[in-house]
Design a binder for this molecule. Structure first.
Ligand code: UGA
Length: 434
């Protein structure tokens, strides 16, 4: 199939590369000339395992192209994906101005007699598809022939390529057989289960899925608080709950809370959407509240141990919102660093991939950036594990203890083994386990 994707961010770029990989002809569009030039030169603006190879291979095979011209891309494509950002507004509701702008842009370049499927892949509030269709109809002068489809994306950062190549399910929301058939053809090579729904249901699936996953995390974090109060071990409780196949062990990892560019934004959006529809989803407010208390309780433990934080040297391992990504947006690890800096601590940070972006966005100004985990820990009175990078778990405890001023570890991701850490003489504190 001939496909174009408008918006070469996370979702757009990874989807484009994967569609090309399975044999489609893909044009990725972005209005940022610098980014398009960079992609054309083979440089990838984000760190995502496997993506660079995929892009290089498909650019060389001429299956994947980049352009700033929506007109040219829409003209050459049977199916037009929209994958632009849908950022939050201050009240939590979704800013749909990028989607609306792209809908107008598509409308003016659609030619009569040229059927196009317009697919919304961005995470959008229910009923956005109707508005996209109305907008295209309103701004198109020549009676264009098109259908709108909703096709939410479920990839996770850090494993976006495997998630896209081997998805749990493909959701296609549409009301035209012709459009649905085109979508099925695009996804046929992925050999994944396909769920066909109406547009509204498909849109709702995305917000409901992300909110449910966040709910699962807040649930186990609330259980972790009860474990701390009662002397139980949250990891064991999670294993015991998770062995029930109806529940599952995934997303039951207690920690300092979820972050990233999706969960915080999507939960706030779902709350705003439900309020708008007159059916307030108050359970999700509790999910947000529990998430916020996890970081507060963690900082309280550090204060309890160190008493005054001012001028204390504290090492933080991790800046990204999760491992295997360089994404530091809405990262709880960044928030922890900022909290410590605000209290006057001297903070030394190390992250395998996140330091460049944290510096670029000026997120941890005032923190000292180290070149390795052990360098960060040099002379520190406490070490905080804020992101569960594998390389942190492989630390040489003996050397770490030698480097630190006092052997105190606060593990906000339950990454290290308490028994091993304590056997080396560390005072070790984690989440929901004694
Ligand atoms: C999430 C969803 O998992 C994807 O399905 C969805 O497509 C994506 O949002 C999106 O809407 O674009 P992502 O934000 O990349 O993906 O990362 P996750 O792996 O879901 O992790 C989100 C946060 O939850 C991270 O901060 C992670 O540390 C935290 N988390 C995750 C926990 O605290 N505990 C867990 O058990 C799992």
């Amino acid at each position: 199939m001939k496909i174009c994707i408008i918006g070469s961010g996370y979702v757009g770029l990874v989807s484009g590369a994967c569609f090309a990989e399975v044999g489609h002809d893909v044009i990725c569009v972005d209005n940022n000339q610098g980014k398009v030039d960079m992609l054309k030169a083979g440089k990838i603006p984000i760190y995502e395992p496997g993506l660079e190879d995929l892009v290089h291979r498909n650019v060389s095979a001429k299956k994947l192209q980049f352009t700033t011209s929506t007109e040219d891309a829409v003209d050459k494509s049977e199916v037009v994906f929209i994958a632009v950002p849908t950022p939050p507004q201050p009240d939590g509701s979704v800013d749909l101005s990028y989607i609306e702008k792209v809908a107008r842009e598509i409308a003016v370049v659609l030619k009569p007699g040229q059927y196009r499927v317009i697919v919304d892949k961005s995470t959008v509030p229910v009923r956005t598809g109707e508005k996209v269709a109305d907008t295209i109809r309103r701004y198109n002068k020549g009676g264009a022939d098109f259908d709108v489809v909703s096709n939410p994306e479920f990839l996770r950062e850090g494993c976006a390529v495997p998630d896209l190549m081997k998805p749990d399910r493909i959701v296609i929301g549409g009301n035209s057989e012709r459009a649905i058939a085109a979508m099925q053809k695009i996804y046929e090579p992925f050999m994944a289960p396909v769920l066909v729904t109406d547009i509204n249901s498909a849109e709702l699936i995305k917000h409901a899925a992300n909110s449910f996953l966040a709910l699962k995390i807040s649930y186990i974090n609330a259980v972790a608080q009860i474990c701390e109060a009662s002397g139980a071990d949250v990891e064991k409780v999670a294993d015991g709950i998770g062995m029930d196949r109806r529940i599952g062990r995934n997303f039951l990892n207690a920690g300092i809370g979820y972050g990233g560019s999706c969960f915080p934004k999507d939960i706030a959006a779902f709350i705003a959407i439900s309020d708008d529809l007159g059916v307030p989803f108050t359970l999700l407010k509790e999910v947000q509240r529990i998430n916020a208390t996890q970081r507060e309780r963690f900082l309280a433990k550090i204060r309890e141990a160190l008493w005054v934080l001012k001028e204390k040297k504290i090492a933080v391992w991790g800046l990204t919102f999760k491992p295997d990504t360089d994404d530091v947006r809405s990262s709880v690890a960044v928030d922890v660093v900022r909290d410590l800096l605000a209290e006057g601590a001297i903070v030394t940070v190390y992250d395998p991939k996140g330091m460049e972006k944290a510096t670029e966005y000026k997120l941890v100004e005032g923190a000292i950036l180290a070149n390795s985990p052990l360098e960060a820990a040099e002379g520190a009175e406490a070490l905080i594990v804020a992101t569960e990078w594998k390389e942190f778990a492989a630390v040489n405890f003996e050397e770490l203890k030698e480097r630190m001023h006092t052997p105190l570890i606060f593990d906000g991701r339950n990454l290290l083994d308490p028994v091993i850490a304590r056997s080396f003489g560390f005072t070790y504190t984690s989440i929901g386990r004694a």
